[in-house]
Design a binder for this molecule. Structure first.
Ligand code: PLP
Length: 384
């Protein structure tokens, strides 16, 4: 048989998956491994989905998605970040940020173009660039996981097309200070680069208001904003996200979407619209729940000897495990074996993730307490 696509074949499976597979063979595992809300989608949103089914909304929508949903998204962005997009020409509904990311890369990149990605970063970024024919260029961040502008500038070559940024961050929970994002925009302007900004965790920003990259001076016309409903609205399985970008970029993204996806699921779009129209109180409650857990969990990690800055956003803690002398892969494997707690080794998110583990605190408090107790026992056992 002829060989399959060598670009895809050369891309290893996600390092996160491997741990889920091991965890699935064990009993009594507490999983801090998944990046997924433990809340079920709010009832009024599920009801809107049920109503949509009852009404027979089982067809395609327009390629770009329901106009009412695009209008609601654009209005919401304008209200919260004072950034304006035309709902007809500058907003496209996608099947999650995942599809938005794929479309963004396929729209922006010609074969061989480079995309600079500050790491540690979400595991899909590199593969999305590669599958679009580009080359990911990873640049380490500082010890607080803030972007190092000088390092980014040093990584720019004549092939660089875009910088991919995500704040709040998966896996670190870090938020880029506004000045850093402003400097990044200035850099992009100076070198004529696009910015792709994955803001899927925008609502999960606990200590300071979120900075929307497209709202910064000079950014609007070179930024592809990716947003979605999976996290803040607890809608991972519905598969709804969006791209907001200048019309010429969106026009091309829409062309790919038109041929490859047609549209995001109709019922899910109707449910997401309800989430935007009336979901605020429940979203605020869920965010407050994550905030409580984040403070307790970060304190608990420090108490057992795993140094952890209080994460500022998303729902991940990224403690250092250096004091244990183990690398992150061995730590995660042995913790799972000995105490049945599943975490993700920091190394899967890039070289500067080594020495850390990613723990999702989107988990009920009693389980987080139990996980901390087990992790404490494990860390103590390493000292003997
Ligand atoms: N971007 C980041 C940073 C994520 O952490 C995730 C999911 O974990 C995604 C994108 C994918 O989100 P969606 O469910 O909208 O495809």
């Amino acid at each position: 048989m002829k060989p399959l696509n060598p670009i895809v074949a050369a891309c290893p499976p996600s390092g996160i998956r491997r741990f889920f597979d091991i965890a699935a063979t064990l009993d009594n595992v507490i999983s801090l491994g998944v990046g997924e809300p433990d809340y079920v989608t709010p009832w009024h949103v599920r009801e809107a989905g049920i109503y949509a089914l009852e009404q027979g909304y089982t067809t395609y929508t327009s390629n770009a998605g329901l106009l009412e949903l695009r209008e609601a998204i654009v209005k919401d962005l304008s209200r919260r970040y004072a950034v304006s997009f035309d709902p007809a020409a500058e907003c496209l509904i996608t099947s999650g940020v995942s599809q938005g990311l794929d479309l963004a890369m396929r729209t922006l990149l010609a074969p061989g173009d480079e995309v600079i990605i500050p790491e540690p970063c979400y595991v899909a970024y590199g593969p999305c660039v590669t599958f679009a024919g580009g080359t990911p260029v990873y640049v380490p961040s500082d010890e607080r996981f803030h972007i190092l502008i000088d390092e980014i500038e040093r990584a720019i070559t004549p092939r660089t097309k875009a910088i991919l940024v995500s704040s709040p961050s998966n896996p670190t929970g870090a938020i880029q200070p506004r000045e850093v994002l402003e400097a990044l925009v200035a850099l992009a302007v100076r070198h004529d680069l696009y910015l792709v900004s994955d803001e899927i965790y925008e609502r999960l920003s606990y200590d300071a208001p979120h900075t929307c990259v497209a709202s910064l001076d000079g950014a609007r016309d070179r930024t592809v904003l990716l947003g979605g409903f999976s996290k803040a609205h607890a809608m991972t399985g519905w598969r709804v996200g969006y791209i907001c970008a200048p019309a010429p970029i969106l026009e091309l993204a829409g062309r790919i979407h038109q041929y490859t996806m047609l549209c995001a699921p109709h019922v899910s779009q109707a449910a997401a619209l309800e989430g935007l129209r009336a979901g605020e109180p429940r979203v605020a409650e869920m965010v407050a729940g994550y905030d409580r857990r984040r403070r307790l969990f970060a304190k608990g990690l420090n108490d057992i000897g795993l140094t952890c800055d209080e994460p500022q956003g998303a729902f991940y803690a990224f403690p250092s495990i250096r004091s244990t002398g183990l690398n992150s892969e061995t730590f995660a494997e042995r913790l799972l074996e000995a105490e049945r707690v599943a975490v993700v080794p920091g190394s899967v998110f890039g070289p500067s993730g080594e020495g850390h583990i990613r723990c999702s605190y989107a988990t009920a408090l009693p389980l987080l307490d139990e996980a901390l107790e087990r992790m404490g026992r494990f860390v103590a056992s390493l000292q003997h």
